[in-house]
Design a protein. Sequence first.
Length: 188
Amino acid sequence: MVQFNLTNVTSALKSVLKPPHCRTFFNVLSSKKTYDGHKVIGYTQKQLYDVVSNIDEYKNFIPYCTNSEVLKIQEISNREKKLTAVLGVGFNGISETYISDVTCEKPGLVRADVSDDLFKNLSAEWKITPHSDSSSSHCDLNFHLEYEFYSVMYSQLASVFFDDMNMMIIDAFERRCNTLYGPPASTI
């Protein structure tokens, strides 16, 4: 009489059912996307930093952001804090939420990192510095975004709108500054 041990059977099935290592068409093409942008903004470094670091408000002005809520704040120093936030995005009947770990460093750095079931990787970095050719009424925004979805479908959908979406997000932050602080300083 043969006796079966559930652990041994499960282990044997996994080794037999494991797909062979092969490269598919979708593996050959990288689904990682990177965006680097620079813009001179007609607001002060502090004003733009305050808008970018206020994650609870994102749902009120960023396109396709359906939820933004800070779950946890850890004060590291009077200049640095770490946040855990839940963000929701929705587009054309598709909606997802994810958890983001955010580091805010005054006066001008906000960095967000995500690694969960939706993204293999998502990192965004906002560097905000006073503009060198003007008074303190302008700042330089350097924005870096890198992401990769687990889902091939999401990767393909996002790649269609990638560049436009990034510009829309930067413009949304600028419009938010306009709402909170009035018209921007005159262009340089």
